[in-house]
Design a protein around this ligand. Structure first.
Ligand code: ADP
Ligand code: ADP
Length: 230
């Protein structure tokens, strides 16, 4: 089933057009790679679909609702609950231990502390870093920080995960491990995963690739990667 649709999206920064009429659809449990050269509009498309940026024209529909028309407060609430956003540089809060960082989205949504920390630990475990729960972000390697950030983006069990260059800071082995783990989450939880990437290695994990060029879709199709559901 389709969970997220963008239709005729346009967005400019001042006079610089970044998206010139982009349409796309994302299905539950599907891993989608958004590819294209630097400046082609990948990040802008991701931010519009995630409800971070409001498009100048066009519509974004998530779960049957027009999210581009929602006020910022509602979009922000959606991002804390049903949409998980993984920013390029993790942005863990240095003053909080890893487990609390990961639990934060749950705590902000009013979950009880003990339950939130237990769920956070489960997600850290899924990404192989449960032993880091009590450490502070400053004590982690880049790859460990990235896994903790992914755990935080997934802790609310979102329907869609948005990730901008999630493997950009990782070596190729750590990158492949992260993608394998994301593939498992997509399959087990039905999470759709949108990944902005310029790496062919990453696109190989996606069932669908949306290629952008100069703010427009030049290719959108199924890859030969196995489906997450298979
Ligand atoms: P990427 O490496 O994913 O292509 P960018 O380097 O384009 O990302 O963007 C990194 C950040 O800088 C983003 O927050 C983006 O909005 C911002 N940014 C990108 N291009 C410009 C620009 N020309 N002027 C100001 N900010 C920009
Ligand atoms: P990509 O992610 O493919 O590198 P972006 O979506 O970051 O592409 O950028 C698309 C276009 O919009 C580029 O021309 C970029 O310079 C411009 N742009 C992106 N973010 C900003 C920003 N915050 N301010 C001004 N221009 C920006």
């Amino acid at each position: 089933a389709t969970v997220l649709t963008g239709i005729d999206l346009e967005r400019a920064y001042g006079k610089t057009p970044a998206l010139r009429g982009v349409s796309c659809a994302v299905r539950a449990g599907e891993i989608v790679a958004i590819t294209g050269p630097s400046g082609s509009g990948k990040s802008t498309l991701l931010l519009c679909l995630a409800g971070v940026l409001v498009p100048d024209a066009g519509t974004v529909t998530y779960d049957g609702r027009r999210i581009d028309q929602l006020p910022e407060g509602e979009r922000s609430r959606l991002r804390r609950t049903e949409l998980g956003v993984l920013f390029q540089f993790g942005q863990l809060i240095p003053e909080l231990p890893v487990a609390e960082n990961v639990a934060l989205p749950l705590l902000l949504s009013g979950a009880r502390r003990k339950a939130a920390l237990a769920t956070a630990t489960e997600w850290l475990d899924r990404f192989g870093v449960a032993d880091l729960a009590a450490r502070y972000p400053g004590e982690l390697s880049g790859g460990q920080k990235q896994r903790a950030s992914v755990a935080r983006a997934l802790v609310t069990d979102p329907r869609v995960l948005f990730a901008d260059e999630p493997t950009g800071a990782l070596d190729s082995l750590a990158g492949e491990q992260l993608l394998t783990q994301l593939t498992r989450v997509a399959r087990e939880n039905g999470t759709a995963v949108l990944i902005v990437t310029h790496e062919a290695q990453v696109a190989a994990y996606a069932q669908r690739e949306i290629a952008l060029w100069d703010g427009a879709v030049v290719d959108d199709g199924l890859t030969d990667a196995p489906t997450a559901g298979a």
